[in-house]
Design a protein around this ligand. Structure first.
Ligand code: THU
Length: 131
């Protein structure tokens, strides 16, 4: 699975976004160590804070299907936006002991940037800190 293929899957997932209030559809595609890809989109609600982000949709799908280790996630938006703070924390939980998960953000014009989750959430709270 190449980064470009993962971006394409995230772009397709974006088509399913329920962004009725923000008008800002987001698509994500999460690549598990097994090679399987779990996609997600944002799902909004009339009670606005109940919205689920695309990245979290993908993580919850994956973990609920038995996969907990991931190589990369692609996130596609109109602006090439980076994941929100809550999603960074969720991704850090499953992003490897050193936070090596690759986070690829892409826009609709073929521009992309790649970070590790450690770069996006430096000094974040990690499971080992529970002692
Ligand atoms: N959103 C995501 O899906 N992922 C993020 O990391 C940032 C924000 C969604 C939430 C809401 O449906 C819309 O984008 C605007 O904030």
């Amino acid at each position: 699975m190449t980064d470009l293929e993962l971006i394409r899957l995230a772009d397709q997932a974006r088509e399913e976004a329920y962004a009725a209030y923000s008008g800002f559809p987001v698509g994500a595609a999460l690549l598990g160590r097994s090679g399987k890809v779990y996609t997600g989109c944002n799902v909004e609600n009339a009670a606005y804070p109940l919205t689920t982000c695309a990245e979290r949709t993908a993580v919850v799908k994956a973990v609920s299907e038995g996969e907990r280790e991931f190589e990369a996630i692609a996130v596609v938006t109109a602006t090439g936006a980076t994941p929100c703070g809550s999603c960074r924390q969720i991704l850090r939980e499953f992003g490897g002991p050193q936070g090596e998960l690759r986070v690829i953000v892409a826009d609709l014009d073929g521009n992309s940037n790649t970070f590790t989750i450690r770069e996006l959430l430096p000094h974040g709270f990690t499971p080992d800190q529970l002692g």
